[in-house]
Structures are given as C-alpha cells and as structure tokens.
Design a binder for this molecule. Structure first.
Ligand code: ATP
Ligand code: MG
Length: 898
C-alpha cells in the first residue's frame, strides 16, 4: 500500500463509521499560547475534550500534521539515529467527543489493522495501563490475543498527556513485532532494539489535569487516537525503517545525489541524509504555515532545525546552499495531500536559501574565532573553553553551541556548557525584563485600578461615531511622578491619570492601529485624552490630563475623539489591507503579514518575502492599490463565527488568538481580513497612496512604509516645492532641471581636474626655494648637499592625492635628488610634510627616515617607504623651520652611509 492509499483507507474506514473527516490544522496552533506547535492529532480538538467548546460533531477523523521539536514531546535529538522518530510526521486519528469509549475504540482499531490493512494477528501486541482492567478484558475479547500479548505497562508509556496541563488519561497501544521469525525477546529488550514497534496509541481521555497536578474527571469521557503514517507505511510496505517508505525514498535519493553519494553507503552519511530528509519536511511545512526563521519562539525553532540540516549537509561535504533545492522533491511526495506546499514553494525556497547562505558564512567566520579562542585557552595553560567565551562566540557570531562543541571535540578541548547556560540565562533574564515592562505596566494599571471589584470589559462604540455623551467614569487612578499610579476618586486640574469608563469611542491601541486621542468634557471641566490602551481582559485605559475642573469617579462625561487624526488612521488602515492584497497579487500567496503599524501620518507593513521587491514590481503594487482606491468601493464590515469567516476566505494571522465571533473587514472583490480596527466607509476616502520606502528588517521579512490621503498630498507638495527650488537654483525651468544638474556636475568635474593640473604645474614650475643652506640655489630652487640636489618648498593647501602628485612631479623634474614639500592650514592647526627620493639615491637617503626626523619639529609623527613618505603635525608656525632643517638632515644621512 502506498502512503497516500493508507491515508485514504484510514479516513474512509472511519467516515463509513460515522466520523466527520476534518482537514489537518496548520502546525501553528490556533489561539493556544501554551503550545508552540501542534504535536498530536487531538490538539485542534482540545476545547471539545475539556468541555470549553461545543463540538460540531461527536465523531471525527483526521490526518494531522505534527511537529515534535519542543516542550513535552521533543524527538529532535532522536532524528537521524532512530528509524521511526521524526520531527515532522502525520498522525492518523479517530476521535470520539463524549460519544463512544473504550469498547468501540478497540473494536475499530483491531478491525482496521487486521481486516483492512491485513496485518497478521500473530505479529501484534497490545498494551494497557497497569490498572486498566476494563481495557485489558476488552482486548482479550475483541482481538483474541493471548494473555502474554496483552501487556500491562506503567505510567511512563501508557498514560497520555498532551502537556503538563490539559486532557489526559490511560492509553492502550498497538505494537508490531517487526522480526516475527526470530525467537521472542523480553518486552524491554524488544522495545529498546526497535523490534517491537508502536504504531497506534488509543487514548481514553478521562481527566483534565490542572497546573497543581490535580486531576478532574472530564464531563464526558472521550477517545483520541494516533497512528503515525510513517510507521504504518513501513509496516505495510514491509520495510525495516520509515526512511525506506515511499514518503522518504525520493528525498533521500535526491539529497544523496546532490552530495555525490548514495543512501546506504555508510552509517555516518546515512544518519546525515536521514536528518536532512526529516528536517526538510519540518522546514517546508513550517514555512508553508507562515513561520519565519527568527531569533525567538517558533521562528527560532525553525531556524535551529534548518541549521541542523545544513550542518549535516556540511558533514556530507556540501559547501554551498543545497537544502532549498530539495523542496521541489518534497513537493513530489507531498503536494497532492498538502497543496499549501506548492502555493508557497517559491517563497520558501528563497527563504531557505538566504538562511543557508547566512549560516554557512556564519560558520566560516565563527569557526575561525573558535579556533582563536582555543589557542588562547591553550596558551593560558587551559584545556576548556570557558562558559563566558562560548557565550560570546554564540552571541556575537551567532554560532550554535553544537558547532562550537564539534570544533572543540575535534581539537580535544572541553566546553564549559554549564557556564554557557548560565550566561545565556542571564541574558534572557535581561531581555525578558525589558520586553515585559510594557505589558507589566498595563497589568500594574489594572491592579491599581481594580480595588475591590473586578474591572469590566469596556464596550466600544467608536467604529462609526467619534462622539459619545453620557458615559460614566467607573474608576480613576492618578500618576504620582515617575511611573507609579495610585487609585484615586478624583483627578485635579493640571494632574494626569487613567480613566476607565463604562463605554467609549476611543480606540485602544491594537492590531497595529495606534490608540486614539481627544477630549473628555463633564459638568464643570474638561480634559485631554493623550493615549488609549487596552489590557488582555479588554478594559480600556484612557490616559487623561485634566485641563480644567476636577474629574471624579461617578461623573458623567462626553467623549470626542480627534476626528481628523482618526480619519487619517482609518485611511491608513484600509490602505494597509489594500497593500496586503496587492502584495499577494503581485508577489504570490507566499507573502504573509508579519506585523504592521497604522498611525495617522503613515502606515508600516511588514511581510514575509525573501529578497528586495524589485522597483518595477513595487511600482505595479502602488498602481494597483491606487486603482482600488479610485474604484471607490464601499467597505463591508461583519461579525460572524470564526469558521464561517475562514470559510469565506478571510485571512487570519497565524498565532493570533481569535474568539468565537470575529469581525471581518472586506473590500469586496479585493480583500477580506479578520480585523478589529477602524476603517473608511469607502476606499475613495483614502485619496492617494504613495509607497515611501521598501527595505529589509529581518531575515525573510521586508517592510513597506506608505502615506495616504492628506499625508500623501503633503508629500507630493513638498516634493514639488523641492523640485522647484532645485530648478530655480539651476536657473532653468523644472522640465530641464535634471538635464541641467547633470550637465553642471560634468562641467564642475572637468573644472576641478583642470584646476588641479594647473596647481601642480604652478608648483612644479615655480621658483623660490624655501631652504637655502649649503651650496647655491639653482634655477629650480634646489640646493646641493654633498653632491645631492635637495629641493624644499612650501606649497598651497591641496587634497592629499594632489600633494603626492606635486612631490612626484618635482622629483621627476630633479632627475636625481631629494624633494621635501610642506603645506599648512593655520585655521585647522595642521601641517603636512611629504618627502620623495629618486630611485638612484634610495640607498643613501631614506624618505621615511627623513620625515621621521622632521615631523617632531612640526609637532607630529610619521614615516613611510624609502622613496616616499608622509607626516602630519599640529604646529603650522614651525613649517618653515622644518623645511630649513632638511639639508642638514640629508647631510647627516649621507654621512651615516659613507
Ligand atoms: P514513541 O514512544 O515511539 O516515541 P509516543 O508514545 O511518543 O511514541 P504517541 O505520543 O502515543 O507516541 O503518538 C501516537 C503515534 O504517533 C505513535 O504510536 C507513533 O505511531 C506516532 N509517533 C509518535 N512520535 C513520532 C515521531 N517522533 N515520529 C513519527 N511518528 C511518531
Ligand atoms: Mg515519543
């Protein structure tokens, strides 16, 4: 049976038995902050098991994408050596939400395994939890397996829990003896050697475990099962390892071919090939589900997996990026079942390639640094890399610990990993403290404001209207200098604080949109709202400065949001949605939002894309957005259930938590997004959208900034004025400004060249020596010093290259001799001396030694080659004296060699 037939047979079997087929959820759990990745088939149904959500059906069947690389279920280190553990795998599962329980679950599983899949009962085992007599009896009855093949196991293997908290219960597993001809061995031995292979786990979900470890019986016992597609395929295809199934063979073959080897050529290279084949799947699926390589959270896990694959590639001899080239091969195996792979492939390939390139160069640079540190440690008599040193290598060069460890092993020095962990933890602590302050501040506000009663969620009435009368002040707090706040019953004139109202039209910062500002009025006073924030519970905090009167708890207030500012925000927000749609239309569906800021004066949109957007594409994107603006389409805003919204094609942001009811913002025919922000009623209000910049902000993430409406108008006006000023400075009409400026620049360059030539000529041809000691001056101003012609001259200030030129030309004119020129800038307090010696004399007079001797006279230092040298000094007044000292210095040098 091919793996795709196994998927189908599993789904069909349970569908025929009343189970609703459910599509695999993305690897990133929706609305579950406790879990980085979906790690079992039951995760998307968690709420049904705990009773928090009402299941739409009592029976379901799925083939769920799973990742076990972090947290409670982490098989990362196993991958490579193990024939049956992957980071990414597919879990076949059937589920009962308070419907059937142990009897049917065991019945179904046995029928599928032996009936449909045709496995011989004599090679099968079942296990049950130690105390689960019921399951034990059922297995004996349903399967007819003998007593010694229905085993009782302990908590470690037969009590399943998704995490430290949540649904859990006793379970029952089906094992296959993969070597039935051999004499039977003990359970432990068979498990450790991999001979007894677990293929399917039936979890009888009976409890909900709380954070304190206590277990509450679930309202309705349920069933959750999981069978690994890869393991089932290996068994049904009669091969010894998951890697020999049709799910892996093409990828392994392609990787081996690129590496110039063969899968099976050697134990070590096989491990590396397996790691690459396995990690390729994780990388491909994570990217397809919107995860971006990064330095924290999910992005960091992705980056680590990708780098681990690259390191194994390096062991196979790859020196160039290779992993991205394997993604199409993964597609050959998986595209049919998972169309998201094909849809995102181009973008994924580019991202992987960039990551690979970066990592390869990191390792190259880093490896040299590690080598240096090892040498330094040895020089100091040590044989271990200190934790701090390892941390520095890790932190500054981005070198993974594994790479450092590997190099150290090769060099036979130790690594202080404890010290490294400690340094890492210190740094984490610091950054945690920094990022926490924002949320903590809000949490602090909440505590300060709560007092005795709870703080309710604030009703928001500000989508369409910007004014509201008759709101009630529920709570107040006053700022007391620094950052501290204290609960108060009133805020006096001139003071600032926080007001919580029963309802508001002020939008609290969220979804990228900044908080509103405006005014509060009450009987006898008014105040300014300078910012609006909201905490996780939905209570809105108005930051208020009282301008007149005193604002008291219980007062009735009238609210007015600054309308112009808010309208500008709305234009930018709707424009952001249009931009998002245009980016996807132009650059492909692989583009995903990675962050945004919607402010009154601009919008900022971050999205996943592996390289700069080329200027022509950017121009087309801008044109498309403006075409949608000009179409003047009314926006449509609805509130509906989450599944309905997604079914309608709404773009949800990965990792965002959405409630049951979600708000959708549509520009019909163009864009449909889940969004809680404020928008224009008609796209025509946006007026004009101008993209101001496009640049990279992180690996695989680009940022576009744009302006709209009045902001765009101002920008156009400013640019027009600027252009007029340029034209008027150039003395031509605007249309001719560009040509004129180019022409002027050309002329200027020619003139500078000519000027430089003339200066050099002037100096070279000019008369008048500055020095005159010993012998008579000739025409060119040179003097004779013991038969050597010496020319000294002060020259006008000029750029350095021109000074060199002058010295050169003078030396050429002398034919044989020594030239020393100097120049000074009194205002800057600077002197420059240059010495040049003709080739025939360099054996007797050294330019370098000459300036070294002269430089102190002008308060500086310098040196250089024998034929040419330069020095600088800080005493312009001493230049003549220094030049006058040249002949004596030359004489001394000549005397020294003769
Ligand atoms: P094992 O003990 O072999 O690691 P497990 O007890 O962790 O397995 P479960 O959590 O019960 O496995 O998951 C259910 C099924 O999913 C297993 O029976 C197996 O077929 C499959 N499975 C679990 N982990 C992996 C993995 N890392 N790679 C591939 N398949 C897996
Ligand atoms: Mg496991």
């Amino acid at each position: 049976m091919k793996s795709h037939e196994i998927r189908q047979s599993f789904t069909d079997f349970f569908a025929e038995r009343g189970h609703r087929p459910v599509k695999s959820a993305p690897l990133v759990p929706h609305g579950d902050p406790t879990l980085l990745f979906v790690n079992a088939g039951m995760v998307p149904f968690k709420g049904y098991f705990t009773g928090d959500e009402e299941p739409p059906t009592r029976r379901a069947v799925s083939v769920q994408k799973c990742l076990r690389v972090s947290g409670k279920h982490n098989d990362l280190e196993n991958v490579g050596p193990s024939a049956r553990h992957h980071t990414f795998f597919e879990m076949l599962g059937n589920f009962s939400f308070g419907d059937y329980f142990k009897a049917e679950a065991i019945d179904f599983a046995w029928e599928l395994v032996t009936g449909v899949w045709g496995l011989d009962p004599s090679i099968l085992f079942a296990t049950v939890f130690r105390d689960d007599d019921e399951a034990h009896a059922l297995w004996r009855k349903v399967s007819g397996l003998p007593e010694d093949r229905v085993l009782r196991c302990g908590e470690k293997d037969n009590f399943w829990a998704m995490g430290d908290t949540g649904p859990c219960g006793p379970c029952s597993e089906i094992f296959v003896d993969t070597d039935p001809g051999a004499p039977r061995v003990g359970w432990e031995e068979g498990g450790d050697s991999g001979r007894y292979l677990e293929i399917w786990n039936l979890v009888f979900m009976q409890f909900d475990r709380a954070a304190d470890g206590s277990m509450k019986p679930l309202p309705k016992p349920s069933v959750d099962t999981g069978a690994g597609l890869e393991r089932v395929s290996a068994v049904l295809q009669g091969v010894a390892s998951n890697y020999d199934t049709d799910l892996f063979v093409p990828v392994l073959a392609a990787a081996a071919e690129l590496a110039g080897t063969r899968y099976g050529a050697g134990a070590e290279s096989d491990v590396s090939l397996r790691v690459i084949a396995d990690h390729l799947r994780s990388v491909g699926f994570l990217l397809a589900d919107g995860v971006i390589p990064g330095n924290e959270g999910r992005g960091y896990v992705l980056r680590r997996i990708l780098r681990r694959a690259v390191r194994h590639g390096m062991r196979l001899g790859f020196e160039e990026p290779f992993l991205h080239r394997l993604l199409p091969v993964l597609g050959e195996v998986m595209d049919a079942a998972y169309p998201e792979l094909a849809a995102t492939r181009a973008a994924s390939q580019a991202t992987v390639r960039t990551e690979e390139e970066k990592f390869l160069s990191t390792v190259a640079t880093g490896a040299r640094q590690v080598q240096e540190e090892i040498e330094a440690a040895r020089a100091a008599g040590g044989d271990t890399l200190a934790g701090e040193v390892v941390f520095r290598l890790y932190d500054t060069y981005g070198l993974p610990l594994e790479v450092i460890r590997e190099i150290a092993e090769e060099e036979r020095v130790g690594v202080d990993e404890g010290g490294f962990e400690a340094a890492l933890e210190r740094q984490r602590e610091q950054s945690r403290a920094a990022t926490d302050t924002g949320q903590k501040r809000l949490a602090g506000l909440r505590d300060a404001l709560r007092g005795d009663g709870e703080l309710p969620e604030t009703a928001f009435a500000g989508y369409r209207s910007l004014e509201l009368d008759g709101a009630e002040v529920l709570r107040l707090a006053r700022f007391r200098g620094d950052d501290a706040v204290a609960r108060a019953t009133a805020i006096a004139s001139g003071d600032s604080g926080i007001a919580v109202l029963d309802r508001t039209v002020f939008y609290a910062e969220g979804g990228g949109q900044v908080g509103d500002v405006g005014t509060l009025r009450w009987d006898g006073g008014h105040g300014r709202v300078t910012d609006t924030r909201k905490d996780a519970a939905g209570t809105v905090f108005h930051f208020v400065t009282v301008e007149e009167g005193s604002l008291s708890q219980g007062a009735t207030v009238s609210l007015a949001v600054d309308a112009e500012r808010r309208r500008a925000i709305q234009r930018n927000h709707t424009a952001t949605h249009l931009l998002h749609a245009a980016l996807r239309a132009e650059l492909g569906e692989g583009v995903r939002q990675a962050g945004s800021l919607v402010a009154p004066d601009r919008l900022r949109f971050d999205f996943t894309y592996p390289h700069p957007v080329d200027p022509e594409a950017l121009a087309r994107i801008e044109a498309q957005v403006n075409a949608w603006v000009l179409a003047a389409t009314p926006t449509e805003i609805d509130v509906r259930s989450y599944p309905e919204a997604v079914a309608a094609g709404a773009m949800a942001l990965f990792g965002e938590k959405y409630g049951d009811e979600v708000r959708t913002v549509a520009v019909p025919g163009v864009s449909l997004e889940l969004c809680g922000g404020c928008h224009v009623a008609n796209t025509g209000e946006i007026g004009l959208v101008l993209i101001a910049s496009e640049r990279g902000v992180a690996s695989g993430v680009r940022r576009i900034e744009a302006v709209t409406g009045e902001g765009a108008y101002h920008r156009v006006r400013e640019e027009r004025e600027l252009l007029e000023r340029v034209a008027s400075a150039a003395g031509v009409p605007v249309e001719r400004a560009a040509g004129e400026v180019a022409a002027l620049r050309g002329q200027l360059k020619d003139a500078e060249k000519e000027l430089s030539r003339l200066r050099v000529e002037l100096v070279a041809g000019g008369a008048g020596a500055a020095g005159g000691a010993g012998g008579g001056a000739s025409d060119d101003g040179a003097v004779e010093v013991d038969g050597v012609r010496v020319l000294t001259r002060e020259v006008p200030a000029a750029p350095n290259n021109e000074l060199r030129n002058m010295a050169d030309v003078l030396r050429g004119k002398l034919g044989s001799g020594v030239v020393v020129i100097g120049t000074r800038d009194e205002a800057e307090g600077k002197v420059t001396l240059l010495a040049a010696v003709t080739d025939d004399l360099v054996g007797r007079v050294k330019a370098g030694a000459l300036v070294k001797e002269l430089a102190p006279l002008v308060g500086g230092g310098g040196g250089g080659r024998a034929d040419f040298a330069q020095a600088g000094g800080r005493k312009p007044g001493k230049l003549p004296a220094a030049l006058a000292a040249v002949p004596a210095a030359v004489r001394a040098q000549l005397a020294a060699v003769s």
